[in-house]
Design a protein around this ligand. Structure first.
Ligand code: 1GP
Length: 240
């Protein structure tokens, strides 16, 4: 049986192997440079390529996935800003529910809208509790989802929200400080969520150097996501 991406992440957690994902936003990707970009990822420690953005033109995510696949064997995981970004050409889908917010559109409506496509186009679906945490900038996730992030001081609320998501059946928790965050998710938050939850924890937003990544891993992150730092300097992966 083909091993699933979720199984691989769980297995890595059990073996205390830390994982790295590079996030590519189709809106910001230069398709003429794609081979070069993907080769830099191939030559790094990246385990996954996440692809998605807050707002992406129709059909562009699929085109990017197809082009990326021509140059790599690294699994591609959809990290969708909305249901229109889902494509079965990827290897898996983070089926996100924005549990830090109270906007039904991102708690359940977008998920319902994705169902007709997913019935016709079966793919690996990974139920993921997504928590937006204040990273010190007004992020596009905040703007598009019309929800407020949770303050970094609300450690108990973040830990309880994460465990509630696990009780609901989510298979991953994503602690998100927002793309380009000034302050990544604090170590006390990651420690508390990791103490509460049994499922793997993804941490992203504002991670731009070896030190912040190491802190996230040491605090209990199982997988970290780097987007902006790679967009700004695609050679950064050499330093990690
Ligand atoms: C954003 O968690 C990701 O959704 C990555 O954030 O762009 O700040 O690396 P950065």
């Amino acid at each position: 049986m083909k091993s699933s991406i979720l199984q691989d992440i769980i297995c890595a957690k059990q073996n205390q192997k830390k994982l790295l994902a590079i996030l590519l936003d189709p809106d910001k990707l230069d398709l003429l440079e794609i081979q070069n970009t993907v080769e830099k990822i191939n030559n790094s420690h990246a385990d996954y390529i996440f692809i998605g953005g807050s707002t992406v033109a129709a059909g562009l995510t699929e085109e990017c996935v197809l082009q990326i696949k021509m140059h790599t064997k690294i699994p591609i995981v959809i990290f969708p800003g909305d249901h229109s970004q889902i494509t079965k050409k990827a290897d898996a889908l983070l089926f996100l529910s924005l549990v830090s917010g109270r906007n039904p559109e991102y708690l359940i409506e977008q998920q319902i809208k994705s169902v007709p496509y997913l019935i016709k186009n079966p793919m690996e679906i990974i139920p993921t509790g997504y928590l937006l945490i204040d990273g010190g900038t007004h992020t596009s996730t905040q703007k598009v989802s019309n929800t407020e992030p949770i303050a970094q001081t609300e450690i108990e609320l973040i830990a309880d929200t994460s465990l509630a998501a696990e009780y609901q059946g989510k298979q991953l928790i994503y602690l998100e400080a927002g793309s380009g965050a000034k302050t990544p998710v604090k170590k006390e938050i990651i420690q508390s969520v990791s103490k509460n939850c049994n499922i793997p924890i993804i941490v992203g937003g504002g991670l731009r150097d070896k030190k912040s990544i190491a802190t996230a891993f040491e605090s209990g992150a199982d997988l970290v996501v780097i987007g902006t730092a790679f967009e700004k300097n695609s050679n950064i992966l050499r330093t990690l």
